[in-house]
Design a protein around this ligand. Structure first.
Ligand code: SAH
Length: 241
C-alpha cells in the first residue's frame, strides 16, 4: 500500500509533537485504519517530507511525533494561475490540476464575463492540499480570494509577465521560444471569453504576451491545463529534469 501522506500546518523538527485536528485524526485512524506506533509521511509546505509516528488518534484529535526528514522541500517555479471561476466541479478541477502541474499561487479572478460571482476559498484551498498530498508534492499553492481582474492589473508588478490565453488567437502560430524565464502568471478567461474592454487593456500592457492554445476553442478548464503544461515545458521545471 502507498505510504499515507498528510499536510499539516505545523513546524517540523526531530521529536516535535504535532497535534492533529478531528478531521485529520479521523482520516488516519477511521479511514486509513492506521494504528498508534505506525508511520506516515507529513509535510508542511516549507520543511520537506518527514516521517512521523502516530501516537494517539481519537474523536477530538490526535498527536503525531515527527521522526526525521526523508525528502527535500521542492517548490514549483514562480508561476501564478489567474482564472475566472466557472461551475463548481470544473473550478475544483482547475485548482487540483494547477497544483499537480506546479503552480505556485492560484488566483480566482472576476472578469466582465465571469460565470460565478462567489467562490468558497476554504474549499478550494482544501482541494489544493489534497492534490499536493496525492501527487507526492511538498508544496501547497495558496488559493486567494476572488478579486476583480481590473484591480489586480492596476497594482501589477511589471516584473511578473503574464501569458494571456487569448481565444482571439485561436489557430495563430504560437511562439514561446525566446521569452525570458522568471516570474510569470497565466491568465485564462471564462466560458464567455474576454470582453472588448479587457482585450483592449490587456493588449496595451507591455508585460502581457498573448498566446494561442491551438486551432480549437478549449473550455476554460482545458485551457488552464493546456496553458500550464505549455509554460512548464517551455519555461518551467519540465526543462530541468
Ligand atoms: N466563448 C469564447 C471562448 C472562451 S474559452 C469564444 O467563443 O471565443 C475560455 C477561455 O479559454 C478563453 O477566455 C481563453 O483564455 C482560453 N482559450 C480557449 N481556447 C483557446 C485557444 N485556442 N487559444 C487561446 N486561449 C484559449
Amino acid at each position: 500500500m502507498a505510504r499515507i501522506r498528510l499536510f499539516i500546518d505545523h513546524p517540523l523538527s526531530k521529536g516535535q509533537a504535532v497535534p492533529l485536528d478531528a478531521a485529520q485524526a479521523h482520516y488516519l485512524s477511521g479511514v486509513m485504519r492506521l494504528r498508534a506506533g505506525q508511520d506516515i509521511t507529513v509535510f508542511n509546505g516549507r520543511d520537506g517530507a518527514w516521517s512521523a509516528r502516530l501516537d494517539e488518534a481519537g474523536k477530538r484529535g490526535g498527536i503525531l511525533t515527527a521522526l526525521e526528514q526523508t525528502g527535500p522541500q521542492r517548490d514549483p517555479p514562480d508561476l501564478w494561475l489567474l482564472f475566472a471561476p466557472i461551475k463548481k466541479a470544473r473550478t475544483d478541477f482547475i485548482v487540483e490540476k494547477a497544483t499537480e502541474l506546479g503552480a505556485a499561487r492560484i488566483l480566482p479572478v472576476q472578469t466582465d464575463h465571469t460565470n460565478s460571482e462567489r467562490i468558497r476559498q476554504d474549499r478550494l484551498q482544501a482541494h489544493a492540499i489534497e492534490a499536493a498530498e496525492q501527487c507526492g508534492g511538498t508544496f501547497v499553492p495558496e488559493v486567494t480570494e476572488l478579486a476583480p481582474l481590473s484591480r489586480l492589473l492596476e497594482g501589477w508588478d511589471p516584473a511578473r509577465r503574464i501569458l494571456w490565453a487569448d481565444e482571439a488567437r485561436v489557430g495563430a502560430a504560437q511562439a514561446l521560444a525566446g521569452l525570458p524565464r522568471g516570474p510569470w502568471a497565466i491568465l485564462v478567461g471564462p466560458e464567455g471569453g474576454f470582453s472588448a474592454a479587457e482585450r483592449k487593456r490587456l493588449s496595451s500592457l507591455p508585460f502581457v504576451t498573448p498566446v494561442s492554445l491551438g486551432p480549437r476553442i478549449l473550455r476554460a478548464d482545458t485551457a488552464a491545463v493546456a496553458a500550464l503544461a505549455l509554460w512548464q515545458a517551455a519555461l518551467g521545471d519540465w526543462m530541468d529534469a
